[in-house]
Design a protein around this ligand. Structure first.
Ligand code: FAD
Ligand code: NA7
Length: 544
């Protein structure tokens, strides 16, 4: 070891190891893992983040308009009742600064920061079969050994920056929303935004009233419903707090964990007038997940129901957008089966004089020039600033960007060459004592509740390992294969694989189109975790 681990204070239990556990990441996942392993289990923990402080997603995504689309009352940890009662918010959804403040408060409350070394990227994690330890290397030239490796690397964290020709010749500034520098003022500038996903929608809405001219480069039109981000007064907040004992069990046993009851009524079972009424009510109430899952139970599974929802949104676009040509370009022609989007008056933005929409599917971006962006047709858009709202190398991006090696030197990149795998979203064969938070093929939900469920399961598993004197644990290959099969089977029961989005890896050329989520809901997922424990961890192999 060539680093100082005195910061961890706790005595290391594992013979021959520098620390008991290394945790990577300081977002919701990593912070809670440090708390559970160090404060609850008494392990010695060294944690890292390449960021210069805590926050994860909410440290990096400081772009104008950055907002949660999970409602404020449930985009938080639930395990600590006092913390829940102290929670404060102003509107139905949390802004990026509010979430960052919340995670800072969390870190202070549980004295988490002392376990972290910030501004440090972990470059390699190698499992040493002889010692049964992980050897973790950082970009500061440090190495450290640990029995457990817990990765909270984030599933929407490794930024995707398409390599446009000539980008280095552009005289203005280029920013990616997922690595947004503090204090950028775009007022009065000619700004181009590439991308109209969840992030693009937020940044477009926020920038339109501020910049001189906004040019939106849209590849795929999106279905965007209103967000309904109204102020929430103290009485409303107090009411949530009074009901938390009912709210959290409901969230944990629901499918998407967004704090509402998913509908059990098929759209195909009701009249057209009734569908219209329900969709209009959801449109007025706002919320992307609510529109897709609270209205009817079959929008994500039945083509007819999906068409009904899609047609409703398309009619709204036609009503809102004044210029028919712009409305045509904004009209999606695929299924309504990506992560559902919402935003405040998104389509209204295109009625503004200072906003223009460019369809880069019809006329792709050819190159950046010193003055802006040139399309294949030769048309050039002059810009001072280009915003890449081009998303992420989602799910496995931060795993494949590290040199991860398991038994026999097998690399994660080899193992995942046809798509990421993983067992229960938390483990992988031949990678003993590796615990991933939001790893591949975990639940597709409002994420803090899933993070809590996973971190608690990981901590319980580690406690079991320590109590039983075990050296290693890893999934049996057949358990992992069965899990992937389960995820694939459930995914194929939905329409999601038929839409091109990051959920199946379709957002980046060359990325394998593979199943990346367990779409069976958080309730179903918790049941799967419980079954493993009830079976005495039979799907896993100890001390191989
Ligand atoms: P992250 O918060 O992504 O943290 C991962 C951390 O790991 C990062 O800080 C990164 O620097 C660090 N890291 C990665 N690799 C390394 C390495 N090799 N070495 C050192 N450090 C490393 N989810 C919802 O449920 N609801 C929402 O409304 C919602 N809104 C979102 C809006 C945006 C703009 C984005 C990008 C995501 C949103 N998400 C939302 C998803 C969000 O990522 C999760 O809710 C949650 O914050 C994930 O926490 P995490 O700890 O798993 O990962
Ligand atoms: P998304 O949803 O992946 O959106 C990225 C957008 O960028 C999307 O509109 C893409 O078009 C577009 N894109 C990507 N590459 C290109 C190129 N090369 N040219 C033009 N346009 C491009 O990422 P977000 O950050 O918005 O959201 C990700 C998640 O983070 C979100 O679901 C929330 O959970 C938070 P495409 O649709 O692929 O044609």
């Amino acid at each position: 070891m060539n680093m100082d681990t005195n910061k961890t204070k706790t005595k290391t239990r594992t013979p021959g190891a520098d620390v008991d556990a290394v945790v990577i990441g300081a977002g919701f996942g990593g912070l809670y893992a440090v708390h559970k392993l160090r404060n609850d289990l008494g392990l010695s923990v060294q944690a890292y983040d390449s960021a210069s402080d805590v926050g994860g997603t909410w440290f990096w995504n400081r772009y104008p308009g950055a907002l949660s689309d999970t409602e404020s009352f449930c985009y938080r940890y639930s395990f600590d009742k006092e913390l829940l009662q102290e929670g404060q918010w102003k509107t139905r959804y949390l802004t990026q600064p509010e979430i960052l403040d919340y995670l800072n408060t969390f870190a202070d409350r549980f004295d988490i920061r002392r376990s972290y070394q910030f501004d440090t990227r972990v470059t390699a994690t190698h499992f040493d079969e002889a010692s049964g330890l992980w050897r973790v290397t950082t970009d500061k030239g440090q190495t450290i050994t640990a029995k457990y490796l817990v990765t909270g690397l984030g599933l929407l964290s490794a930024t995707n920056t398409p390599p446009f020709k000539g980008a280095d010749t552009f005289k203005g500034n280029i920013y990616h929303t997922g690595a947004w520098p503090e204090g950028i003022d775009l007022s009065g500038k000619r700004v181009g935004v590439i991308g109209t996903g969840s992030t693009g929608v937020q940044v477009i809405i926020a920038l339109a009233p501020v910049v001189r001219h906004l040019t939106v480069f849209q590849r795929s039109p999106q279905y965007v419903v209103p967000i309904g981000n109204w102020p929430e007064d103290q009485a409303t907040i107090d009411d949530y707090k009074a009901r938390y004992d009912e709210i959290w069990p409901q969230i944990r046993s629901s499918a998407v964990a967004f704090g509402f009851e998913e509908s059990t009524v098929p759209a195909t079972s009701v009249s057209e007038a009734e569908r219209e009424r329900v969709f209009e009510e959801a449109w007025q109430r706002g919320g992307g997940f609510r529109f897709m899952f609270e209205t009817f139970c079959d929008i994500a599974t039945s083509r007819e129901a999906n068409d009904a929802a899609a047609d409703f949104i398309k009619r709204k676009i036609a009503q809102v957008v004044k210029d028919p040509e712009t409305a045509r370009k904004l009209m999606p022609d695929d299924l309504y089966a990506k992560r559902p989007l919402c935003g405040a008056d998104y389509y209204e933005v295109y009625n503004r004089e200072n906003v223009s929409l460019v369809d880069v599917k019809a006329d792709p971006i050819a190159e950046f020039t010193p003055n802006g962006i040139k399309l294949t047709s030769g048309a050039e858009h002059e810009l001072d600033v280009v915003v890449f709202a081009t998303g992420f190398d989602a799910v496995e991006g931060n795993y494949t960007r590290m040199d991860m090696r398991g038994r026999g030197g097998v690399t994660m990149n080899e193992l995942w060459k046809d798509g990421p795998q993983g067992y229960l979203g938390v483990m992988e064969t031949d990678f003993p004592n590796l615990f991933m938070i939001l790893g591949p093929n975990g639940p597709f939900t409002n994420l803090p509740p899933s993070i809590e469920v996973q971190v608690e399961w990981i901590a319980d598993t580690i406690a079991m390992m320590e109590a039983g004197g075990h050296r290693t644990i890893e999934p049996k290959p057949e358990s992992r294969d069965e899990w992937i099969e389960t995820c694939r089977t459930i995914a194929d029961m939905t329409l999601f694989p038929q839409a091109e989005s990051w959920i199946f890896g379709a957002n980046i050329p060359g990325k394998s189109n593979a199943v990346r989520f367990y779409l069976g809901g958080l309730g179903g997922y918790r049941e799967e975790l419980r079954k493993v424990v009830d079976a005495g961890y039979a799907p896993l192999e100890f001390d191989r």
